[in-house]
Design a protein around this ligand. Sequence first.
Ligand code: FE
Ligand code: FE
Ligand code: FE
Length: 173
Amino acid sequence: MPKITTLEDAFVHELSDIYSAEKQLTKALPKLAKATTNPNLAAGFTTHLEETQGQIERIDQIVEELGIKLKRIKCLAMEGLVAEGQETIDEIEKGPVRDVMLIAGAQKVEHYEIASYGALIAVAKALGHKNAAKLLAETLAEEKATDTKLNGLAMSEVNQQALDAAADLTPAQ
Ligand code: FE
Ligand code: FE
Ligand code: FE
């Protein structure tokens, strides 16, 4: 890890980490959209891909406004979360049970992002980076809304569809 001695260094490091995470997500979200048979879930992934591209632009804007330089680091947590999503796709057949697992994985991603942006906003405020804090708060709101939407989709239809699918597999007497 490169040397981090000041709060500003910590800010740049954390911003670089979430930048890497968002970039990785722009590659993973189209795969997730293809991996589901549920049109609402597919639409959710596609919508969040567009939001994610906007989130990357916000970070670009912050970098420009503050005249900082992001570090080329890889977010290992997001690499792991994306790998788990791939595992779900590789190991579970298309259908509602896979969708339940895709939602769980996607909620873990959103929670990682929520924690990252929450911490970044606090540091930005401490440093007096007011506009950065505002931009990061816009992204945080999108991540929270996405998590809520995913959870709602699981509760309103996908979990029940997975139950029904299992019932269909039970041999008739
Ligand atoms: Fe994001
Ligand atoms: Fe990370
Ligand atoms: Fe997100």
